[in-house]
Structure formats: structure tokens, C-alpha cells
Design a protein around this ligand. Structure first.
Ligand code: FAD
Ligand code: MLT
Ligand code: ZN
Length: 476
């Protein structure tokens, strides 16, 4: 515990840096910053601080460093692993980036955009669109999550198959280091082989090495044509067969290839009553596909129809629909993006973020489902995910009344995680494909990360943040 006089003097210093109105201490004002998106973590902080510029972030970080107070960077607070909720034993502040929301510039010739960390992903997509370009990352949380959070978590989403995850979309960074210095690497270079890549170390570091304040993002050509298809299939093997067929037929033109089990599909439609089921026949699995072309000369529809017809003749596909309007496409993507809320509302939902080699997805689905069902016969087992990337989320939903309270939920989550992790590791997979480690998965990281990699992670952290003030209790 810090003596009250220290707390008062730190608050005074922080208020001088950001303005008194942007130093929140009243519980009514701070509540929403101290709880995670799924209401699983609740924390405390000496203050929530809302800087509006890199200089202000630098002053806040320097002030905290001088006082020995931890800093929890927070973007849109949509993260799935509790990484943005302060939960350390030692005192800390929440540093909310939401006021740093300017698009600093768009360079059409270089196909880059320079943005502040607090821009929402949706705002970045819109700014790119207005400039006649595309920023391709797409997540269900895009209206709220921020670019800084996307960088800190190395976010994935539904367009990774074509464009890669955040690591592949960032050319330059501006970062406030744990001692308050500003590292300005807002470079627009496509190639730079001048030694170790510090930028890639910061990406995916979950706020534990510094505060991202700005970034140079890659922009792409806007597709001239885009088509969405929803396909009903007999099983996950057929989904993978269809993925192979699409890869052969479309190559780079597949932007998105996602899949969902019937259990998840039906739950989403039961939960979100505004969404419509576009396929009349019941199927075991569904694929959500987008194909795009930058060339308006390509007859994308004819290619899509013939690929689906071939797959239907091969017995893989039960039924399929191609969206004829933006509203139909929005409905299909609404089903895909409706999963998080539907799962949360359905009961005590234990979800996983597994990746395995694409060729092992069917084994993962069979193995994890069998393991969960054997141990928890009352569980509903659902699958949804980015199968094109080998990233599938298995979700076990248990009766809420049987696992009421944080402790009971944590216990059952640990048990289910252990079952799923065993299947994952046996298949050479990862326990976290895109959501990160945060506070939820630290023990699992220690269990499964290669000891050499773990040792180097600890050493890097100690070198860049020797006092351990950046996001204490997250990741490591
Ligand atoms: P926060 O939740 O605020 O923070 C996440 C982590 O990043 C924390 O450790 C925090 O300390 C750190 N951080 C945040 N900002 C900064 C900064 N400026 N500098 C340094 N560290 C920082 N994720 C996917 O990858 N793929 C998906 O498909 C996907 N879909 C989702 C759908 C829904 C409906 C929801 C609610 C979430 C989804 N997510 C998904 C998870 C989440 O949206 C992403 O992890 C996102 O990148 C988090 O961004 P954020 O701004 O909300 O970060
Ligand atoms: C998704 O793929 O929809 C996201 O990762 C969110 C989730 O898993 O709930
Ligand atoms: Zn996902």
C-alpha cells in the first residue's frame, strides 16, 4: 500500500499532465474501466488517466515510474483474457487511450495510414475506405476495440487468411517506454533489415513492454468485387474438403473462410432474433466464405457458383446461398459475429482459442468434443472459428446455476482447459491463437511454452521494464 500522501501527490502530478477532468477517481466514473468485457474480472486502481497526446502519455508514465506505480494500458476493453483489467497486488493506474483517436495522415502513394492508438478499428477501416483504400482487419468487436489494443494483442479476426494478423499489418510504431521515453519508429518502410525488430517484440506484448501511442498501418487496394456465401455441410471433414477446393479455385481471392457447428449456429439464431436463417435445411456444420477480386473484369460470381456446384456434386455440400445484397451479406456476417454474445448469454461458457495445423482440425474437433462430453455430460459443446487459419474456438457451455460465482467458474474452466489443452498439445497446437494470455492464461502459458522461449521472454521483460511496472500480472 502506498501512503495516502504519496497517492495524493501522484494524483496531483498526473492531473497536471492530463488536466484534472481526465484524471478519474470517483468510483462511478472509473467502474467501466475496472471490469472486463465479459464481466469476469474486477479490479482496483489509484486512478483512470485519459491522456490526449503522446507527450501526455510520456508524462504519465514518467510520473508512475517515479512513484513506483504500475500502469495498465487500456484500449477498447474488449480483450478476452482480462489483460486490460488491473488485478495486481501492487498499486497501479489504468491508462485509457480513448482520447488519442486522431488519424494523423494517409499516404495513398505509399499505401499507409498513420494513426493514434486510441482510434477504433471501425474508424480506421472507415478512414481507409474514404481514401479509396482498404484496411483489412475485421473483428466482431471492431466498433469498440482500438488499434493500440489490436497491436498489443496481435489480433486476428476474419481476414487473416488473406491479409495476415496484426503483426503483418503494421509498418511502424510509436511507443512510450516504461521509463517515459518516446520511441518514435513511425516508419513507412516495407523493408528494413537493420538488426533486431523491436516493433515485432512490442506487437503482441499485451501492454507489458510499453504503451503503444501510434502506428503506421499497411493499406490495400479495395476489392472491386466481393461475394459472401454461406454453405451447409455434413461435417467438419467436408468443411476442410471445401476449403481445399476453394484454395485450388480461388487462391489469393479467398479473403475469409470461417466455420461453425450446428450447435453454435442454432444458438446464435435463437439469441439474436433480428437475424434470419438463410438456409432452410439443417446441417451439421456451416462455412462462411468471402471471395474478393481487385479486378472488375473477373467474373467472381460464375467462379463461385461453379466451385459450389462442383462441391455439391462431390457430395460435400448440402446447400449453399450467395448473398445478393448488402443486407443479405450483413445477415450472414451477423450470424458469424453473433457468437460471443450468444455464448455469454447461454450459460457458464468456457471458451478456447486453439490453433492447430489446418490438416489437424478434424482431429481437434473430435478429440476435444469427446474429452469434454466424457467429463461433463451436461455441457453443450460448440465450435466456431477461423478454420482457414487452423484457429478454432471450442466452447463448453454449462448450466449457469451449477457454476455460480467466480471461484466455481474458475475451477471448472481450469478442468475444461486441461482437457482441451491436452488434445491441442498432442496435435502440435497452441493454447492461444489470437486472444493472447492476459491474466486468464498465465498458468497455461507456463505449462506449455517452451522453457527456452519462456526464459527469454522473462529476460526481455526484465531488460525493458526492470521495475515491472508495465501491466503487472499480465502475460508473465
Ligand atoms: P483491450 O481489451 O483494451 O486490451 C487488450 C490488451 O492490450 C491488454 O493487455 C491491454 O493492456 C493491452 N493494450 C491495449 N491498448 C494498448 C496500448 N495502446 N498500448 C499497449 N498495450 C495496450 N480478437 C481476435 O483476435 N479475433 C477476433 O475475431 C475477435 N473477435 C471478438 C469479438 C467480440 C464480440 C469481442 C468482444 C472480442 C473479440 N476479440 C477478437 C477480442 C478483442 O476484441 C481483441 O483482442 C482486441 O484486439 C482487443 O482490443 P482492445 O482495444 O479492446 O484492447
Ligand atoms: C471470434 O472468432 O468470434 C472471436 O474470437 C470471439 C470469440 O471467440 O468469442
Ligand atoms: Zn476468433
Amino acid at each position: 500500500m502506498l501512503p495516502p500522501a504519496h497517492i495524493a501527490s501522484l494524483r496531483q502530478r498526473l492531473a497536471a499532465s492530463v488536466g484534472a477532468a481526465n484524471l478519474l477517481v470517483d468510483p462511478e466514473d472509473t467502474a467501466r474501466y475496472l471490469r472486463d468485457a465479459r464481466d469476469r474480472y474486477q479490479g482496483t486502481a489509484l486512478a483512470v488517466v485519459r491522456p490526449a497526446s503522446t507527450a501526455e502519455v510520456s508524462a504519465v508514465v514518467a510520473g508512475c515510474a517515479a512513484a513506483g506505480v504500475g500502469i495498465v494500458p487500456q484500449g477498447g476493453n474488449t480483450g478476452m483474457c482480462g489483460g486490460a483489467t488491473p488485478q495486481s497486488q501492487s498499486p497501479c493506474i489504468v491508462l485509457a487511450l480513448e482520447r488519442m483517436n486522431r488519424i494523423r495522415g494517409i499516404d495513398v502513394a505509399d499505401s499507409t495510414m498513420t494513426v493514434e492508438a486510441g482510434c477504433t478499428l471501425a474508424a480506421v477501416q472507415a478512414a481507409a475506405r474514404e481514401a479509396g483504400k482498404l484496411f483489412p482487419m475485421s473483428l466482431g468487436s471492431e466498433g469498440s476495440c482500438q488499434i493500440g489494443g489490436n497491436i498489443a494483442t496481435n489480433a486476428g479476426g476474419t481476414a487473416v487468411l488473406r491479409y495476415g494478423c496484426m503483426r503483418e499489418l503494421v509498418l511502424g510504431l510509436e511507443v512510450v517506454l516504461p521509463d517515459g521515453r518516446v520511441w518514435n519508429a513511425l516508419r513507412r518502410l516495407r523493408k528494413d533489415n537493420t538488426g533486431y525488430d523491436l516493433k515485432q517484440l512490442i506487437i503482441g506484448s499485451e501492454g507489458t513492454l510499453g504503451v503503444v501511442t501510434g502506428a503506421v498501418l499497411k493499406l490495400y487496394a479495395r476489392p472491386a468485387r466481393a461475394l459472401t456465401a454461406l454453405v451447409a455441410l455434413h461435417g467438419v471433414e467436408q468443411v476442410l474438403g471445401l476449403l481445399g477446393e476453394f484454395r485450388r479455385s480461388f487462391g489469393e481471392h479467398i479473403t475469409t473462410f470461417e466455420a461453425m457447428s450446428h450447435s453454435e449456429y442454432a444458438l446464435v439464431l435463437r439469441t439474436h432474433r433480428d437475424l434470419r436463417d438463410p438456409l432452410p435445411q439443417r446441417a451439421a456444420w456451416y462455412a462462411f466464405i468471402e471471395v474478393t477480386s481487385e479486378l472488375d473484369t473477373m467474373d467472381l460470381r460464375a467462379a463461385l457458383e461453379s466451385c459450389l456446384a462442383r462441391s455439391q456434386q462431390a457430395g460435400r455440400v448440402i446447400d449453399a446461398t450467395i448473398a445478393d445484397s448488402l443486407a443479405q451479406a450483413d445477415n450472414i456476417w451477423g450470424i458469424r459475429h453473433g457468437v460471443t454474445e450468444a455464448n455469454l448469454r447461454a450459460g457458464a461458457a468456457v471458451s478456447h482459442d486453439t490453433s492447430v495445423p489446418v490438416s489437424s482440425i478434424a482431429d481437434f474437433v473430435a478429440g476435444s468434443e469427446a474429452a469434454i462430453r466424457a467429463a461433463f455430460p451436461a455441457a453443450q459443446v460448440l465450435f466456431v472459428g477461423h478454420v482457414g487459419d487452423g484457429n478454432i474456438h471450442v466452447v463448453a457451455i454449462l448450466p449457469r446455476e451449477d457454476y455460480a460465482g467466480a471461484e466455481a467458474f474458475a475451477r471448472v474452466a481450469d478442468e475444461i482447459n486441461a482437457l482441451v489443452d491436452r488434445v491441442t498439445v498432442d496435435l502440435g497446437g497452441s493454447i492461444s491463437a489470437e486472444h493472447g494470455i492476459g491474466r486468464s492464461n498465465r498458468a497455461r502459458l507456463r505449462r506449455f511454452k517452451d522453457p527456452i522461449e519462456l526464459e527469454f521472454m522473462v529476460r526481455v521483460k526484465a531488460m525493458l521494464d526492470p521495475a515491472g511496472l508495465m501491466n503487472p500480472g499480465a502475460l508473465l
